[in-house]
Design a protein around this ligand. Structure first.
Ligand SMILES: Cc1cc2nc3c(=O)[nH]c(=O)nc-3n(C[C@H](O)[C@H](O)[C@H](O)COP(=O)(O)OP(=O)(O)OC[C@H]3O[C@@H](n4cnc5c(N)ncnc54)[C@H](O)[C@@H]3O)c2cc1C
Length: 411
């Protein structure tokens, strides 16, 4: 495994001063601003604009913050940050992080001009915050990203692309300023004939469809996005037309297409999503531990029973294991090491399943209290479930890992 061979030389668990300071700063925001507001925004099921504004004011909700964490030389800046924010609250956390996925889609495949033009418009500035949305999923193309039917047709005379289709499950969909949309440019090439487009703010033809009422992460807006003859300038094709034409020519000539655009985005963002799950799991493990040392039954703290203490031991061990896998994947991604053994998927699978299990155990340890909305663990359990679904379900992660370990075309 790459985790134990010489490619991991240089991997260290010692955080740099910068990352430690950022973590501590975010922890304060998560503890003092996010946690106290979490139950309210969960009930309201609305984007927590005042908290996004507050985060913008202190420089947390900003392109500069995301870029700094993304570029952190150790690779751990982003995952440490996300763990802290999602420890605070996952719904509000995703409202703060949602624009990041759209930004990554442009940053990982786009030109310098595109990055410079569009990323600032996904975050805005204090007093004028903006959002980005990444729109890949469709009603008939969830796990099967290759089944995307949204079409992008090029009109040479006007140098415009015309997008038509329906996207679904888009975080910030319809309320975002900048939408990043994956579409098929050549259906004959299936998933290899896809490209990613930027839809600028206020473009006619883009509208929000149904807004979903959800089980968890309810402060994060999730909705359909309808694209009805949406015209975008040629410069909105992520990566540019020359690169797309060269890729399509390679495919037509029987060559390799490289990775699908959407897949590339998901691959790079998986450790970040794993870190979000670690944050939720850690919150639950800590809360349950404190509760177990205080709640007395049979004349002793419930944590003194092996039945409870062993559960706590398993919870803490699982959180630590998930974090280590997450840090490994993030470190590898930063150092340009390919996930040959599906390390990104392993981190996402383990962290997502850990979050669900640990939050469920936390409810068990709180007993009746755990099952009520007077205590946060039921919300964390609802929130945790998303991590086995979005950014590739657990089954899809297992499929990717299964392929990596067997070398077979596992389906
Ligand atoms: C809250 C939320 C936010 C989201 N945000 C975004 C976003 O911002 N942008 C975006 O593009 N998408 C987003 N998504 C979509 C998300 O990525 C998809 O829901 C996810 O990929 C699964 O697709 P699906 O829901 O269509 O399920 P399906 O693909 O229909 O899967 C249903 C079940 O079948 C299983 N399954 C499917 N294929 C296989 C297989 N080959 N082998 C084994 N099992 C299989 C799945 O694992 C799952 O258990 C979001 C979803 C949610 C719920």
């Amino acid at each position: 495994m790459s985790g134990s061979d010489e490619t991991m030389a240089g991997f260290s668990l010692a955080l740099s001063d910068d990352v430690r300071q950022t973590r501590d700063w975010l922890h304060e925001f998560a503890r003092d601003v996010m946690r106290p507001a979490a139950a309210e925004w969960d009930e309201r099921e609305e984007t927590p604009w005042p908290i996004i504004e507050e985060a913008a004011k202190i420089g947390l909700y900003s392109l500069d913050f995301f870029a700094t964490q993304w570029m952190d030389p150790s690779g751990l800046g982003m995952v440490v940050s996300f763990e802290e924010l999602f420890w605070g609250d996952a719904g509000i956390g995703l409202s703060l992080a949602g624009s990041g996925l759209a930004a990554v889609a442009v940053a990982s495949n786009g030109t310098d001009e595109q990055i410079g033009e569009w990323l600032p418009q996904m975050f805005g500035s204090p007093g004028d915050v903006k959002l980005g949305a990444f729109c890949s999923s469709e009603p008939d193309a969830g796990s099967d990203v290759g089944a995307i039917r949204t079409r992008a047709v090029y009109h040479e005379a006007t140098d415009e692309w015309v997008l038509t289709g329906t996207k679904t499950w888009a975080t910030n969909g319809g309320i975002a300023d900048v939408h990043v949309v994956v579409a098929s440019v050549d259906p004959a090439f299936g998933s290899r004939g896809q490209a990613t487009f930027i839809v600028p703010p206020g473009t006619p033809g883009l509208s929000q469809g149904q807004k979903f009422r959800k089980h968890g992460i309810r402060a994060s807006h999730t909705a359909e996005v309808i694209l009805d003859d949406v015209r975008v300038p040629g410069r909105c094709l992520v990566g540019g037309k020359d690169r797309l034409d060269a890729r399509l020519a390679r495919i037509a000539g029987g060559g390799s297409a490289g990775e699908q655009a959407a897949m590339k985005t998901f691959e790079r963002s998986r450790p970040s999503v794993a870190a979000m799950a670690v944050g939720v799991a850690r919150a639950a493990a800590e809360y349950a531990t404190q509760y177990a040392t205080q709640r007395v039954q049979f004349g002793r703290p419930i944590g003194q029973n092996q039945g409870v203490a062993f559960m706590l031991a398993d919870m803490h061990a699982a959180v630590d294991a998930a974090r280590l896998l997450t840090w490994r994947a993030a470190w590898m991604a930063r150092h340009g090491l390919p996930f040959e053994h599906a390390e990104g998927s392993i981190s996402k699978l383990v962290a997502g399943e850990t979050a669900v299990r640990v939050t469920e155990q936390a409810i068990q340890i709180l007993g009746g209290n755990g099952y009520t909305r007077e205590f946060p663990v039921e919300r964390w359990h609802r929130d945790a479930k998303i991590f086995t679904i979005f950014e590739g379900t657990s089954e899809i992660q297992r499929m990717i890992i299964g392929r990596a370990v067997t070398g077979l075309d596992v389906r």
